[in-house]
Design a protein around this ligand. Structure first.
Ligand code: HEC
Length: 119
């Protein structure tokens, strides 16, 4: 009998951990488009009434965006974001993503064919 209870307990633990392990579907940044990346990595600090200034692609012209991104490693060297578990990580996950965001900003700059805010 004790064995059966132990066995049932063991199965219960297995079942619970199986449910807990269910993927929560973290969105892979590599799969995000420029708009989503901008919202995730820029709007966090540059949203409505942000202290660091409110920025959307149409806020600047193409040349200005190029200047911003040419210097972003320096201007944003201190930029960190808090993860949900309280760690500070560099705000940008590296070149590739930044290139996508840059393209999104330039493509939708004030003097582009499709000026755009991003909500
Ligand atoms: C962790 C916060 C943070 C994040 C994330 C962030 N910024 Fe900034 N940003 C700042 C701060 C702080 C300043 C400086 C504001 C000042 O000088 O008053 C700044 C300044 C700027 C400026 C003003 C011009 C300049 O170059 O200084 C632009 C444009 C800008 N950021 C764009 C972006 C873009 C695009 C992204 C996303 C790729 C981004 N920022 C992400 C904090 C952030």
């Amino acid at each position: 009998m004790t064995r059966l209870i132990v066995l049932l307990g063991f199965l219960l633990v297995l079942a619970v951990s199986a449910v807990a392990d269910e993927p929560t579907e973290p969105t892979d940044p590599a799969d995000m488009n420029g708009l989503t990346l901008f919202k995730t990595y820029c709007k966090t600090c540059h949203g409505v009434d942000a202290e660091a200034g409110e920025y959307s692609p149409l806020e600047l012209i193409m040349d200005q965006w190029d200047e911003v991104f040419d210097a972003i490693d320096e201007t944003h060297a201190e930029a960190v974001l808090e993860t949900t578990d309280g760690k500070s990580v560099p705000a940008f996950l590296g070149g590739k993503l930044l290139d996508k965001i840059r393209k999104f900003c330039v493509d939708h700059a004030a003097d582009s064919e499709e000026p755009m805010t991003c909500g």
